[in-house]
Write a protein that binds this ligand. Structure first.
Ligand SMILES: [Fe+2]
Ligand SMILES: [Fe+2]
Length: 203
């Protein structure tokens, strides 16, 4: 039998409170199992010690997960009331909580480490596929694993669903605002403008 593991001690009460909002108990079990699988395998002592990543290395993955999931739920509320669309909030919340889960496994450096340091055998292109694989091993439904895999800019091709679109917007919003809040350059500044003539090649 596997040794007992203090998952709340590792991921923090805020993340656990968001997992508790999932209505589908089998999905909630799969999310907890994914988090525990990563927490057992990582070299980090807690989620609060894992860097968010390339754009805002001074923030923790714990804060980022909480922020993305919170923004995603608010966006869902706005979308439902503005466009009268149906959104599977369980799938949205689960994908927001899990989208960067693989950073526990592929990153190596401390918070503030820039550029990010990768664990031996891993590189930037593993972000997305590694997360999707670990979610799948923990019985997370396939459509959520695909959001996790394809939200990564190294993979692209995000699934054509409202849940995927809202998750990505929540991720971008959390990244932009967190970057500006600590005086870092948000990554949209590094995106080149499309030429006004329309004749140039988009870069
Ligand atoms: Fe990501
Ligand atoms: Fe993210």
């Amino acid at each position: 039998m596997a040794e007992a593991f203090d998952l709340e001690g590792f991921v923090g009460a805020d993340v656990m409170a968001l997992v508790a909002l999932l209505e589908d108990q089998s999905l909630s079990g799969a999310v907890l199992s994914t988090l525990e699988r990563c927490a057992r395998e990582t070299d980090y002592d807690s989620l609060s010690g894992v860097p968010q990543g390339r754009d805002v290395p001074v923030r923790s993955l714990e804060a980022h997960m909480f922020e993305v999931a919170t923004v995603a739920l608010r966006l869902a509320d706005v979308a439902i009331h503005t466009w009268d669309v149906e959104i599977d909030t369980d799938s949205l919340l689960a994908s927001a909580l899990l989208h960067d889960v693989d950073k526990m496994l592929i990153l190596d450096g401390p918070i503030g480490c820039h550029p990010p340091r990768f664990r031996k055998g891993y590189g930037p292109a593993d972000h997305g596929p590694v997360g999707a694989d670990v979610c799948r091993q923990s019985n997370v439904p396939y459509h959520i694993c695909e959001i996790v895999r394809h939200h990564s800019p190294f993979v692209g091709g995000l699934p054509d669903s409202l849940e995927a679109a809202l998750m990505l917007q929540a991720d971008l919003t959390a990244d932009y605002v967190a970057a500006l809040s600590v005086g870092l350059e948000p990554f949209y500044r590094r995106v080149k403008t499309v030429p006004a003539s329309g004749g140039g090649e988009q870069t």
